[in-house]
Design a protein around this ligand. Structure first.
Ligand code: PSU
Ligand code: MN
Length: 301
């Protein structure tokens, strides 16, 4: 009994040849960005992975299968649709058996990447502990996935709409290594740094690949979270974004569950007149390039 998966021809070839592959998520396309920037970004991120010498594998659920690697028609269909479900660990099996179209979050993409034998995954920012979680109990399933699925996830930190200190505490409790890439400070998505220290630091893709392999040798089940700061020219300074996040959070009163993160990202987009999206695109491209280099080190090591 195996998982219902369909590999694109290019991903199938790369798997057969043992070439480096980078998994990419689809929730960012369907729930994280507006059309047409979502489609342009999905294509550009795939190209960034190719330019860095790896094969991109964007993952989504369609017609009862986990698709690993999408063609341009499939990417377009996802980017234009507004009835795609946001799929996390809890939803994956139901989405498949019901035949729904589903976009995979960080958690679900990690599960699918691991099933496909892909070790590295590039995203924007992971989900985490929401502000006010002491009342709402809203903590992303992404954190628990990092604790149990052995995939190295390249992010720009956790999204700054979250409670970053609490997110770090939960990651520490769950035994997830949070590794600042060439930085001692925890990156904060749209901003290069927060006032929090990065728990660990590494400076090269080879070091990150070595730690990934060591976790396997130790029999440790979970993954690694790489926190790669947004490029300086694209960042929105912390002082500038902080009041906007506060305003977006006020506007989010009454929004719950899966809708919270998409609502907040869209509200920050509106309140920054699109600047947050420009930054989001820049950081994803930056993560895709780093992920390709890590995947290359893992495949040759
Ligand atoms: N990174 C982005 N934009 C996004 C996301 C990540 O730059 O939209 C998505 C990811 O799929 C992540 C999800 O898993 O947001 C978190 O949702 P939640 O807080 O509901 O777990
Ligand atoms: Mn949530």
């Amino acid at each position: 009994m195996t998982a219902p998966m369909k590999f694109s021809p290019k991903v199938a070839c790369a798997r057969a040849d043992g070439r480096p592959i980078v998994a990419l998520e689809s929730t960012i396309i369907t729930h994280g960005m507006p059309f047409p920037q979502n489609l342009e970004t999905a294509r550009a991120v795939e190209q960034a992975v190719r330019d860095a010498g790896a094969v991109p594998a964007t993952i989504a659920v369609m017609a009862g299968h986990i698709h690993v690697g999408l063609d341009d028609d499939q990417l377009q269909a996802l980017a234009r649709a507004n009835d795609v479900r946001k799929i996390s660990r809890a939803d994956l099996a139901v989405c498949l058996t019901q035949g729904w179209t589903g976009a995979t979050t960080v958690a679900a993409t990690m599960i699918c990447a691991h099933l496909a034998g892909i070790a590295v995954f590039a995203t924007g920012g992971i989900g985490g502990v929401h502000r006010g979680a002491d009342q709402s109990f809203d903590i992303s399933a992404d954190l628990h996935e990092l604790a149990q699925t052995p995939v190295t996830v390249v992010s720009a930190g956790a999204k700054a709409i979250l409670d970053l200190p609490k997110t770090l505490e939960v990651l520490e409790t769950l035994g997830v290594p949070v590794i600042g890439y060439q930085t001692d400070r925890l990156p904060a998505f749209w901003s290069r740094g927060s006032d929090l220290p990065a728990p660990l630091r590494m400076d090269s893709p080879a070091q990150i690949a070595a730690a990934h392999r060591m976790r396997a040798r130790l029999g440790l089940p979970g993954g690694q979270l790489i926190a790669n700061p947004i490029p300086a020219e694209a960042e929105i300074a912390h002082d500038q974004i902080a009041p906007i996040i506060e305003a977006a959070l006020r506007d989010a009163a009454g929004i719950t569950a899966k809708q919270v993160t998409p609502f907040l990202l869209n509200r920050v987009y509106e309140l920054t007149a699109g600047r947050s999206l420009t930054a989001n695109i820049a950081l994803i491209l930056n993560n895709a390039r780093l992920a390709a280099r890590i995947a290359d080190e893992i495949s040759t090591g």
